[in-house]
Design a protein around this ligand. Structure first.
Ligand code: ZN
Length: 304
């Protein structure tokens, strides 16, 4: 409840400022992840360190910046996998540039809310190997490593542990974990067999999706974090389905549904294409009708 006056004030400021979309002396309230994943910028970013417990950058470049809480969540998840199933290293691909904006070849990755995580792989005998890069996993769970001229195996156990940790982490606020249908099926089959709880399974089923277009995502997971109410007030534009467990978290933190809707509405384009209350794609109808086209297709479309 305490958030209401603050939000009201911010809303008035935003309306007065005509919803300018970049931080400026005239709109100092904007900061962090500003805009949408495919059309926006990033300020006050944190850079994921080049390596940490259980992970390492795939490439040495300037593409590992994100919302600080999102970066921390990636570090935490890699560390959990490393502690519970030691021996493997998570390869981390692109997040965002230091100040966000276009990051080719991606269409998204512009606002510090996206990250490409490589799939864990093992040898055919089950020994963990550091992924040499974006290696495609087939229906049989095998992946051809062109560099090493050998088959590797999709490490379902560690990759599931990564997904589970991320969807159970309240600060990660995972809205999407783009993955191919095949990768998703292998992960969920494993999770079922392991007796995962219904809540964890349903979260994973909600967030995993093979985007169209954007490549099948059979060689990595592309995760996206959802804006928090405070981030929305600071310029983060929500797009796509609202995950019920994230909404519940915000409710527990004192944000009411109407706060959320107000903050969200401030940034909805005139065309209203966002469909802020779109049901989960797993609620019984074909995904194509329920995931707004601007989210499931265009903005998520990136080759990596
Ligand atoms: Zn990506």
């Amino acid at each position: 409840m305490g958030s209401r006056p603050l939000l009201g004030l911010s809303a008035a400021l935003l309306l007065a400022s005509g919803c300018a979309r970049a931080p400026s002396p005239l709109a100092p309230q904007f900061g962090g992840s500003i805009g949408m994943p495919h059309r926006g910028v990033l300020t006050a970013a944190a850079e994921l360190p080049a390596e940490g417990e259980g992970y390492r950058w795939l490439r040495q470049d300037d593409r590992h910046h994100g919302l600080p809480r999102f970066v921390k969540a990636i570090e935490r998840a890699a560390a959990v996998v490393a502690r519970e199933r030691p021996g493997a290293i998570l390869g981390v691909g692109d997040l965002s540039a230091r100040n966000g904006g276009q990051l080719l070849p991606h269409l998204s990755h512009r606002t510090g809310r996206d990250a490409d995580l490589l799939l864990y792989l093992t040898t055919l005998d089950g020994a963990p190997v550091e992924s040499p890069g974006f290696i495609r996993v087939g229906n049989d769970g095998l992946a051809w490593d062109e560099k090493g001229k050998r088959f590797l195996r999709f490490d379902v156990e560690r990759t599931w542990l990564l997904v589970k940790t991320l969807v159970e982490d309240p600060d990660a606020r995972i809205q999407w974990a783009f993955a191919s249908r095949n990768v998703e099926a292998l992960l969920l089959e494993w999770a079922h067999a392991r007796g995962e709880t219904g809540e964890t399974l349903s979260r994973a089923m909600d967030v995993m999706l093979q985007p169209r277009p954007g490549g099948p995502h059979d060689d990595h997971l592309h995760i996206r974090t959802a804006c928090s109410p405070a981030e929305i007030v600071a310029g983060c534009e929500h797009t796509g389905p609202v995950r019920p467990w994230i909404e519940a978290l915000d409710r527990d933190a004192g944000h009411t549904a109407s706060d959320w809707e107000l903050a969200d509405a401030l940034f909805r384009p005139a065309g209203g294409e966002l469909g802020p209350r779109a049901p989960s794609p797993r609620s019984g109808e074909p995904t194509a009708h329920l995931v707004p086209t601007s989210t499931a297709n265009d903005e998520h479309a990136d080759r990596r």
